[in-house]
Design a protein around this ligand. Structure first.
Ligand SMILES: Cc1cc2nc3c(=O)[nH]c(=O)nc-3n(C[C@H](O)[C@H](O)[C@H](O)COP(=O)(O)OP(=O)(O)OC[C@H]3O[C@@H](n4cnc5c(N)ncnc54)[C@H](O)[C@@H]3O)c2cc1C
Length: 323
């Protein structure tokens, strides 16, 4: 029987939302579901994965996998996939997965597609996916030819989460670490200190642009983001100006995001910015220029001065969310 294998990502012992989305899509296919989890605590996910309808868990429960090492991860993942030969592999299109899975695909000589926004898996394990191209000006339908395993990386927040109808008790297979010597050693990964979800995984994003006048003006974006439990993002103009770090940039040369709610404040809506956020479900634009291109993409538009509107919105949300 064909199977679909989900690359299960987790934090603090809980499966990430993107993984729950992939598991919902996997269940729809009616295929046997496998999950692969890497790092300390991987074994402990079996119960959660069982509740999500997973039949078999591969757990590489080793602290060496707690931080990303491209060579080691590619060895471990390729080892499992080569042995299991799943028809489909699903992973969230995160920075890590976009680095890892092309390596795995090359190891296995199979196809990979990233940054997908739509997915269909047939009962026989065939895949049709769609992905935006040319800064979102068109979308491509992707099919695989002569690829016994098809690797699909889905943008988070694109697939809906449906509850599993029946829980399973999955078998848990321990994945051993490769014996071969590695050529690369990752000494340290320095993480951002915001404590907020990464932009690519965030459900709500509040972004600011040059309309905020200067670095101090960005505070109104952060205040609103804090009240909403959102992640703050930025246009390239203010990254280039040094107001905020590049990790916060949304767009063609920044991050591609697809939150449920994207609030763009003082951002004109240049094509390169839209390329990174037009997959958002609801877009709210706040701009004092009624002709700003962002309004053509916005679900809701507020024409006016951000310095009047945003603090007022923040206060209203504070009151609303206090109840
Ligand atoms: C190869 C290439 C790649 C690029 N990649 C990216 C990318 O990844 N991401 C990205 O964002 N850009 C990218 N850009 C840059 C892009 O073309 C734009 O220059 C940039 O997005 C503009 O940023 P902005 O909207 O903040 O600034 P502006 O275009 O200057 O817009 C500022 C907006 O703020 C409004 N405003 C002013 N004052 C107020 C106020 N008080 N209240 C409300 N609104 C106000 C103005 O009406 C205006 O619409 C790229 C460009 C190139 C050439």
């Amino acid at each position: 029987m064909s199977q679909v294998l989900v690359f299960a990502e987790f934090a603090n012992g809980q499966l990430k939302k993107g993984t729950l989305e992939l598991l919902s899509a996997a269940r729809k296919s009616g295929l046997k579901i496998q999950a692969l989890a890497l790092g300390s605590g991987a074994k402990g996910l079996a119960d959660q994965l069982g509740k999500e309808g997973v039949d078999q868990v591969f757990a590489a429960d080793d602290a060496k996998l707690d931080q990303y090492n491209p060579e080691l991860f590619a060895e471990v993942v390729s080892g499992v996939l080569t042995a299991q030969k799943p028809a489909v592999v699903l992973a969230s299109s995160t920075m890590l997965a976009r680095d890892l899975f092309p390596r795995v695909a090359a190891h296995m000589n199979v196809g990979v597609t990233s940054d997908c926004t739509e997915l269909e898996i047939s009962g026989s394990g065939d895949v049709k996916a769609r992905r935006p191209m040319y800064s979102g000006k068109c979308t491509a339908e992707v099919a695989f030819e002569n690829s016994p395993t098809k690797i699909v990386l889905m943008r988070p927040n694109q697939l809906s989460i449906t509850p599993a109808t029946a829980a399973k008790t999955p078998s848990v297979e321990a994945v051993s670490m490769p014996a071969k010597d590695l050529k690369t050693l990752v000494k340290e990964i320095v993480k951002g200190t915001s404590g907020k979800l990464d932009l690519t995984e965030a459900n709500i994003i509040v972004s600011g642009g040059r309309g905020l006048k200067d670095a101090a003006g960005f505070k109104i974006v952060e205040d609103l983001a804090n009240v909403l439990g959102a992640t703050a993002g930025a246009s390239r103009a203010i990254v280039d100006a040094g107001w905020v770090p590049h990790t916060m940039q949304v767009g063609q040369t920044g991050k591609t995001v697809a939150p449920t709610l994207y609030i763009a404040i003082g951002i004109s809506g240049a094509i390169q910015h839209l390329a990174g956020m037009s997959g958002s479900k609801v877009i709210v634009a706040i701009n004092k220029d009624a002709n700003a291109p962002i309004f053509q993409k916005a679900t809701y538009g507020i024409v006016g001065d951000a310095f009047e509107i945003v603090p007022a919105l923040t206060e209203e949300f504070k009151k609303l969310l206090a109840h």
